[in-house]
Design a protein around this ligand. Structure first.
Ligand code: HEM
Ligand SMILES: *[C@@H]1O[C@H](CO)[C@@H](O)[C@H](O)[C@H]1NC(C)=O
Ligand SMILES: *[C@@H]1O[C@H](CO)[C@@H](O)[C@H](O)[C@H]1NC(C)=O
Ligand SMILES: *[C@@H]1O[C@H](CO)[C@@H](O)[C@H](O)[C@H]1NC(C)=O
Ligand SMILES: *[C@@H]1O[C@H](CO)[C@@H](O)[C@H](O)[C@H]1NC(C)=O
Ligand SMILES: *[C@@H]1O[C@H](CO)[C@@H](O)[C@H](O)[C@H]1NC(C)=O
Ligand SMILES: *[C@@H]1O[C@H](CO)[C@@H](O)[C@H](O)[C@H]1NC(C)=O
Ligand SMILES: *[C@@H]1O[C@H](CO)[C@@H](O)[C@H](O)[C@H]1NC(C)=O
Length: 529
């Protein structure tokens, strides 16, 4: 959370962002739509907290611990002096996961979950960060500030993850290189080692085989609550009852937690044992610092807080004289209420306003139910199919406003929620062949007077050779003779011969935008012959 000194309160108006802002909208959704309606994918990987999707139940491991360790090992290559390394998803390179400093299957497990997120606005590194936050928060941990904007590394980073057999001075030096003081090292290790433990297979010298059907991978846990965030790692350490294999391991050489935790005479660990609240708030800061340690030159966004009112997945299509609009709106900090009324005001290009009653479409929650949000759809959905409001294409649409329970007008401080109807998918798009060799035509309706410098297609889910999300644009040639769709739209067409899906986009006065409506051969109707 961004905290301002209170005397600045009346001067500084801190705005997270104004909708629409595609990248922030996507990051906000990944961060806050955790469970229930329209939930983002990441939260599904850590429920319940003792689940281990890859290793199976009773493995002794838990996905939540893998997320935290993967994020740390990805960050731990950072070098404050030269600005290299940091949270940049370089851990996805085989060269890094093959290093002796990165043993075990946990990195692959987490990355297989991270990779499911395939969003043109969210990097793999941002998914790793937000997944780690969601994992911690939903397994008893504190709320952690999330900033987006991480950039995926092109290549592996220099080695630099600490290992248990190294001495205290090496660890102090390694954390200093990563940007953390000795005290911060104690804090970060204690916070991380609130989850999980040491597994026999990668560390046979530290952990023997346990032969427990409830712990099939023989994992010696750092504390008795290894799937849950709490200060047990500190209380058990201070009381001398700890079974932490990096404290009470039989070979003192690999007792790195013992050396680290005791390195300030136990002052930090005692404070954690004495106060679960201090432990939680300290770990919220330290985890955020860990995730925000990025290579020099990467600029992170402001902390992404939930938008109070947020339109979601607006889709506009032109069908003759009708502009079809689908979408939903999310009201944060609201529970379901059958009596509630929600009106949406649609302002068009002629100065007219239409007033539509919205229908409840679901509820979502975040941070283990600490927050809830109510969703309303622009047009009722009898099934999962998209349903549209029909608007007059001549009048078009400029922006949206909302009124809940006849209360205050929700219009983003007067600017409204801008909707771009200048370049939209046209339902005259059609296919000749939906199978190889593919042949289809994508028609884009361009509003007269918009005068775009370019109209283009954006490929869905494109990646470069090292899996980085990229936005591939294919220009649609400007028609020599405008083909009128109606009095206010002209059609630009492009013949396609592949099986990808595409969004439509345009550039106007140097500003690019693109829609949410992805189409490919499989989505279209046959062309008239
Ligand atoms: C000197 C620093 C550190 C050393 C030597 C160290 C060492 C280890 C070792 C040997 C394991 C066992 C891994 C396995 O069995 O596959 C482990 C697990 C783990 N470490 Fe660390 N660690 C350090 C710092 C950190 C930090 C700073 C964090 C995060 C903030 C962290 C988070 C974790 C987690 C969550 C696990 C459990 C993984 C699981 O159960 O799958 N560690 N650590
Ligand atoms: C991780 O996955 C890669 C292939 O994606 C594989 O080559 C490698 O052996 C895996 N590592 C572990 C430790 O399982
Ligand atoms: C495994 O867990 C079950 C259920 O929690 C418990 O009843 C059983 O005693 C455990 N077995 C072992 C060997 O600890
Ligand atoms: C203790 O661990 C270190 C580092 O792994 C190893 O070199 C040494 O041989 C071990 N000592 C014993 C007695 O096993
Ligand atoms: C820290 O506390 C533990 C547990 O009480 C104790 O065994 C250890 O000697 C203490 N270390 C220091 C440096 O005081
Ligand atoms: C959430 O809504 C409740 C009830 O409307 C209100 O009392 C509370 O202040 C709101 N909380 C936030 C953080 O906006
Ligand atoms: C929208 O319509 C509802 C009822 O249909 C009405 O109560 C409300 O005042 C209208 N809102 C505006 C701003 O016109
Ligand atoms: C529609 O197009 C006509 C010209 O074809 C133009 O005069 C009119 O202003 C346009 N209407 C709107 C609402 O943009």
């Amino acid at each position: 959370m961004l905290l301002l000194p209170h005397f600045l309160g009346s001067l500084a108006v801190v705005k997270a962002y104004v909708w629409p802002s595609p990248m922030l909208d996507a990051l906000e959704a990944a961060r806050w739509n955790q469970d229930g309606h329209n939930s983002a994918l990441l939260a599904t990987f850590i429920k319940p907290c003792n689940s281990d999707l890859v290793e199976g139940t009773n493995s002794g491991r838990a996905d939540v611990a893998d997320w935290v360790r993967t994020a740390y090992h990805d960050m731990a290559t950072h070098n404050v002096a030269d600005g290299t390394g940091g949270l940049d998803a370089s851990i996805r390179f085989l060269e890094e996961t093959s290093r002796s400093e990165n043993p075990g299957t946990g990195f692959n497990n987490t990355l297989s979950e991270v990779r499911v997120v395939n969003d043109r606005y969210v990097s793999i590194a941002d998914s790793l960060a937000v997944g780690t936050i969601i994992a911690i928060e939903n397994c008893g941990g504190p709320e952690i500030a999330f900033r987006g904007g991480r950039i995926d590394a092109r290549e592996p980073n220099t080695p630099g993850v600490p290992e248990p057999q190294q001495d205290l001075d090496s660890h102090i030096a390694a954390f200093a290189r990563q940007g953390f003081t000795q005290t911060e090292m104690i804090k970060l290790v204690a916070c991380g080692h609130s989850f999980g433990g040491v597994e026999h297979a990668p560390f046979p010298e530290i952990v023997p085989e346990i032969n427990d059907p409830n712990n099939t991978l023989s994992v010696a846990h750092f504390d008795t609550t290894f799937t849950h965030f709490d200060n047990d790692v500190a209380t058990e350490y201070m009381s001398g009852t700890t079974q932490n294999p990096l404290v009470v391991g039989s070979n003192d050489t690999t007792n790195s937690d013992k050396r680290i935790f005791g390195s300030d005479g136990n002052v930090t660990m005692k404070s954690f044992a004495d106060s679960p609240e201090l432990f939680a708030s300290t770990c919220a800061d330290m985890f955020a610092r860990m995730l925000d340690t990025v290579p020099r030159g990467v600029e992170l966004t402001e902390v992404i807080t939930p938008l109070p009112v947020k339109p979601h997945n607006l889709i506009l299509r032109l069908a003759g004289d009708t502009l079809k609009l689908a979408g939903e709106v999310r009201f944060w900090n609201m529970t379901a209420d059958a009596q509630r009324t929600v009106f949406m005001l649609l302002d068009d290009h002629t100065g007219g306003t239409r007033n539509v009653t919205l229908t409840s479409s679901g509820v979502s929650t975040a941070v283990s139910g600490r927050y809830s949000a109510a969703w309303y759809t622009f047009a009722p959905r009898p099934s999962n199919a998209l349903t549209f409001l029909s608007l007059d294409a001549i009048a078009g649409i400029k922006s949206l406003r909302f009124v809940v329970d006849h209360g205050k007008l929700e219009d983003q401080g007067g600017v409204g929620f801008a909707v771009q109807d200048g370049v939209v998918f046209s339902e005259t798009s059609c296919y000749t062949s939906q199978h190889p060799p593919y042949k289809w035509r994508l028609d884009v309706a361009v509003r007269n007077g918009l005068d775009p410098s370019r109209v283009f297609l954006v490929q869905l889910g494109a990646e470069d050779s090292v899996e980085r999300q990229i936005i591939v644009e294919t220009d649609i040639p400007r028609p020599t003779q405008p083909i009128a769709a109606n009095a206010n739209y002209s059609i630009w067409s492009i013949e396609m011969t592949d099986d990808n899906s595409y969004f439509v986009g345009a550039e106007v006065d140097g500003v690019k935008f693109s829609g949410n409506d992805a189409s490919g051969a499989a989505d279209l109707s046959p062309c008239a012959v």
